[in-house]
Design a protein around this ligand. Sequence first.
Ligand SMILES: [Fe+2]
Ligand SMILES: [Fe+2]
Length: 235
Amino acid sequence: MTPPTPLPRTTPIPANGPIDTSPIQTTPPADTDLDPIWAAVIPETRARSNDVHLPISLAFGERLVAAHPEADAVLVRVSILLHDTGWGRVDETRIISEGFGGDWRKADIRFQHEQQGCAIAREVLPPLGYDPAFVDAVCAIIDGHDTRAEARSLEDALVRDADRLWRFDHAGIALASGWFGLDPATYSDRLRAEIVPELLTEAAIAMANADLDRSQALLKTSVLRGSAQKRTVRP
Ligand SMILES: [Fe+2]
Ligand SMILES: [Fe+2]
């Protein structure tokens, strides 16, 4: 394989191709070439709603590589598919208690899921014909995808953005707001305030804002907030 693409210095990273901001279900994962990988990780997709998170994130990853034709599309697609499979091999009882509380980026369970994800990539990819250099490149992205502060290549940046983008869809808000113990209105406000600024590419920022506008309208977050307080003043 060719080496990963150097990370551009301009922030956010400008797009070189079309940016699709339509609802993600209009462009599901396009090809069947990754189906053998999906089939190899079915047990791991049952952990932490990976069977929702990973396919939606792959669809976003494919949009991001369309916006960045200079990136290695297969490296991005395989890495986002596998990046969180390691959650399937850690102590599930610690996922919510440690993985989403306090300084979750530094929680031991976060490092463990990255290491286990690399182990899974090294198990499933070689028998499917992926060469050692490609497997190393996948692991370089998976290892540190949550716990390392910075992206090291364009493909790494696109995987990081795809990993965040699924949360802006109403399915992501429905699942992840529960993980953090927040109502959808509060959670989606946090996405706007805290996660949009973390996005690395112009394309992801446009997709996130468009999706969040749609999701907040759909979920009536302008009205469905503060209802508990109001209820207390009515008999
Ligand atoms: Fe992760
Ligand atoms: Fe993830």
